[in-house]
Ligand binder design. Structure first.
Ligand code: SF4
Ligand code: SF4
Length: 98
């Protein structure tokens, strides 16, 4: 997955380093290795690798990260992974997905 890159300069991922507390959660949950640590703060390595799953934003307690989440299957897989449930992006409003 590390070699996958989406359209350039279209990812909605935004990062405010002044809010980062260095918890590393974004690095742990990001499936595309968009982040790395730079001292005590996270740093974006390559924004174009972001698939807008929203996992980093959901786990960033101080709100340093924002992204307009996609609604496709990738979002469902990540959501299911984080919740410990089957993939479900709530696209059908309930138990099934897509
Ligand atoms: S999850 Fe947020 S606070 Fe934690 S390292 Fe990443 S950007 Fe910083
Ligand atoms: S939205 Fe998903 S792919 Fe994009 S930086 Fe956050 S965790 Fe990584």
């Amino acid at each position: 997955m590390d070699t996958q890159i989406y359209l350039k300069n279209v990812a909605t991922l935004e990062y405010d380093p002044s809010l980062c507390i260095g918890c590393r959660l974004c690095i742990e949950v990001c499936p595309h290795n968009v982040f790395k640590m730079a001292g005590k703060k996270a740093e974006i390595i390559d924004r174009d690798k972001c698939m807008e799953c929203g996992a980093c934003m959901l786990n960033c307690v101080p709100g340093a990260l924002t992204v307009k989440q996609g609604v496709g299957c990738a979002a469902a897989v990540i959501s299911g992974f984080l919740k410990g449930t089957e993939p479900n992006c709530d696209c059908s409003g309930g138990d099934a997905c897509c």
